[in-house]
Design a protein around this ligand. Sequence first.
Ligand SMILES: C[S@@+](CC[C@H](N)C(=O)[O-])C[C@H]1O[C@@H](n2cnc3c(N)ncnc32)[C@H](O)[C@@H]1O
Ligand SMILES: O=C(O)C(=O)C[C@]1(C(=O)O)C=C[C@@H](O)C=C1
Length: 241
Amino acid sequence: MSKDNIYQHAHTQVADFTFDKKVANVFPDMIQRSVPGYSHVIAMIGLLAGKYAQPNSNLYDLGCSLGAVTASMRHNVKQTGCNIIAVDNSQAMLDKCEVNINSEESMLPVQFKLADISEIEIINASVVVLNFTLQFIKLEKRQALLEKIYHAMPKGGVLIISEKLDFADSSLNELMIENHHQFKRANGYSDLEIAQKRSAIENVLIAETWQTHESRLQTIGFAHPHIWFQSLNFCSIMAIK
Ligand SMILES: C[S@@+](CC[C@H](N)C(=O)[O-])C[C@H]1O[C@@H](n2cnc3c(N)ncnc32)[C@H](O)[C@@H]1O
Ligand SMILES: O=C(O)C(=O)C[C@]1(C(=O)O)C=C[C@@H](O)C=C1
């Protein structure tokens, strides 16, 4: 696994973060060292997909990156007639995803789509996963995307959204950010790397509060929106149609 050293040296100007080739090359190391509980979330999404997938339906991995969620669902889903659709708008990510997924044998077919998840058609979706993806979608597009997903789901379908969280209480928010930085330090990132990454994602990763997620999901019609996992300011939410 290639080590993430993208922000190791001082950049004269830190550009906005993008999922380009450089990031795709180090992504497994980057996300593992940056997101507390990432491996657990991946494993549990497979387990949840195994429970909620309905026969003859589609399972969507939206913002699939290198295919970690797709691989986990493939290991767990035994229902017949299922099909995974892995979507990302980064060519660099999707190219590597296709190689990773095709290197493993499975009965579950995977379709790869290079597209903006706000633009695609979603059909007959018993499982939809946005694992650390919604946070990169423009705020004004989030409601419409989730409504589209809701209308494409059969009754009993599951939506899983993993996100970085913001907290309304600004001192709690600061505490969470500081503790997350401590997690990154413990994983070998320097203060310079942490600071430069923070400014790179500042205008790109827009975190929302749990209350915003909950009320949006309830307004759309989803049942039982709840946080099933949280570590510091990272969580995973599920809701049922
Ligand atoms: C943090 S990564 C997701 C990690 C991945 N789901 C996993 O579990 O390893 C976010 C991904 O979302 C993709 N993305 C961001 N905006 C997108 C959009 N509008 N349409 C499709 N993909 C998008 C990025 O290219 C990136 O690969
Ligand atoms: O590095 C951070 O501070 C993050 O917020 C982590 C995070 C994410 O949540 O998606 C941000 C960008 C990279 O894709 C990997 C991880």
